[in-house]
Design a protein around this ligand. Structure first.
Ligand code: HEM
Length: 453
């Protein structure tokens, strides 16, 4: 699990629908069938957040929305949900394309660019503007980005080797992890303190401060809760979408036919060379298919834990109270029983009318049930618009001699340090290229097949 986690995960379905594995000294049960994953995720009272992953994340995110137990989840979700409703998400489109353009400004033919780092900069800036308006200046945003990267790296090893004594040793990696954590907490505290002294703003921090004054629908929240919510949303909102975008560029460069079809769509929908806006989203069908297939093929959220709150039965096995149950979008998305030729990157799988009901159920990059991702709509819109904005002008190529390697998963999965070369691209001549599908429906911003699963 630690050395070759993806190969290990792929080997498990051959052993049954529920497979017992070990995480260091602990026993755990891996769910290997989509229906069993639904059974677990749709019963959050029996299979609550917990287990090694969430015990670790709790030390970082406190009692925020990702880590909180079922008993306190509802009020937190009701407080934060409005900021991420589709109507709100549509209002963020200008901000998203502005930041996407800014990040690739100066990317010219022949230039070597740090793709993953640039995508992390883009998503950190975007989510920090949604959460905090302009409260983070550029150097602080860059610090947040770097701290998040260190934390995410350190969290995985702490999850699969849950032996605390190892992580108290004064090694450089342990020091880097601890420093990144304390820097992140300090930045958040400073932002909150400054905002309290300044004018109100209409952003997520504004909603949280109003709730602290008792102006929300639920009970007043504490200062610690404000802090936990912000760090939770920064971490979840930046890393996952950045890795999705980096993986998309990596996969497109290796699949020229898929890349050509994407470019043909962009040349039609954005024919006048303008920025994409909310009205373009229903027409960016292939662009959305590339995002959906990237989320199937290289799901950034690849492994999650739950804990049984009572003795229970699953797949005919008795699980004791306290048992750790794992589910993995990566495993489910790479099972040939659900997706023929699962290693093949094929965005056309997601063209309107193509995926079967079983495939939709087996696809869960954002999870399902009441702990489903809060930012799913936002992430789909953000990734689709960023991909459209960048790919409309540029093609990213691997450096000469590049050999694809399986990504090394951390707490998230994706190409962590991808560097590529830019090539400016000219528009395709035909205004209506063959093979560009028409949208099957006038969908909303988040109306995409992966999410619909
Ligand atoms: C491509 C990008 C993203 C992916 C693949 C992703 C994936 C996920 C997954 C799989 C879960 C469920 C975890 C579990 O079952 O234990 C989740 C939860 C969550 N995500 Fe995302 N996420 C993404 C982007 C975002 C963004 C942009 C935000 C920022 C708002 C966000 C905020 C959250 C929160 C707050 C939860 C906890 C929800 C709850 O328990 O009620 N995510 N995400």
């Amino acid at each position: 699990m630690y050395r070759r986690p993806l190969a290990f995960l792929n080997s498990l379905p051959a052993h049954g629908d529920l497979v017992e594995i070990r995480l260091g000294p602990q026993r755990a049960w891996m769910v290997c069938h989509p229906e069993l994953a639904h059974e677990v995720l749709m019963d959050p009272h029996t299979f609550d957040k917990g287990g090694p992953l969430y015990d670790r994340l709790g030390k970082l995110m406190g009692d925020g929305l990702v880590t909180c137990r079922q008993s306190t989840h509802r009020d937190k979700r009701r407080l934060l949900q409005p900021g991420f409703r589709p109507s709100h998400v549509a209002a963020y489109t200008d901000l998203v394309t502005e930041e996407a353009e800014a990040v690739c400004e100066g990317w010219r033919t022949g230039r070597t660019v740090p793709v993953t780092e640039a995508m992390m900069t883009f998503t950190t800036r975007t989510i920090s503007r949604v959460l905090l308006s302009d409260s983070l200046d550029d150097p602080t945003t860059a610090q947040v980005r770097d701290c998040l990267a260190d934390v995410v790296r350190g969290l995985f090893v702490r999850t699969v080797v849950p032996i605390d004594a190892l992580f108290r040793l004064p090694t450089p990696a342990n020091r880097r992890y601890r420093n990144a954590l304390s820097r992140l907490h300090a930045i958040i505290d400073t932002v909150i303190a400054r905002r309290r002294r300044g004018p109100d703003r209409d952003d997520v921090l504004g909603t949280l401060l109003a709730a602290a004054h008792g102006d929300g629908d639920g009970p007043p929240i504490t200062d610690q809760e404000i802090h936990d919510h912000l760090i939770t949303l920064l971490l979840t909102g930046a890393e996952t979408t950045a890795l999705c975008l980096a993986a998309a560029f990596d996969l497109l460069a290796r699949h020229p036919a898929a890349e050509r079809r994407l470019h043909a769509e962009l040349d039609t929908v954005l024919a006048d060379g303008r920025r994409p806006g909310p009205d373009d989203l229903p027409h960016l069908v292939r662009t959305r298919c590339v995002v959906s297939e990237t989320l199937r093929h290289s799901s950034p959220g690849w492994l999650f834990t739950r804990v049984a709150t009572r003795e229970t039965e699953l797949a005919g096995r008795r699980l004791p109270a306290g048992a750790t149950v794992l589910y993995s979008p990566y495993l489910l998305h790479h099972d040939p029983a659900s997706f023929p030729d699962p290693e093949r990157f094929d965005p056309d799988r997601w063209l309107p009318g193509r995926p079967t009901a079983e495939q939709r159920r087996a696809t869960m990059p954002f999870s399902v049930g009441n702990r489903k991702c809060l930012g799913d709509e936002f992430a789909m819109v953000e990734a689709t618009l960023a991909l459209a904005t960048i790919a409309a002008h540029l093609r990213l190529r691997h450096l000469p001699g590049h050999t694809p390697r399986p990504p090394r998963p951390a707490i998230t999965l994706g190409p962590r340090s991808l560097v590529m070369t830019c090539e400016a691209r000219s528009r395709m001549p035909s205004p209506h290229p063959a093979g560009t599908p028409r949208a099957a429906h006038s969908g909303t911003a988040g109306d995409h097949v992966v999410d619909d699963a």
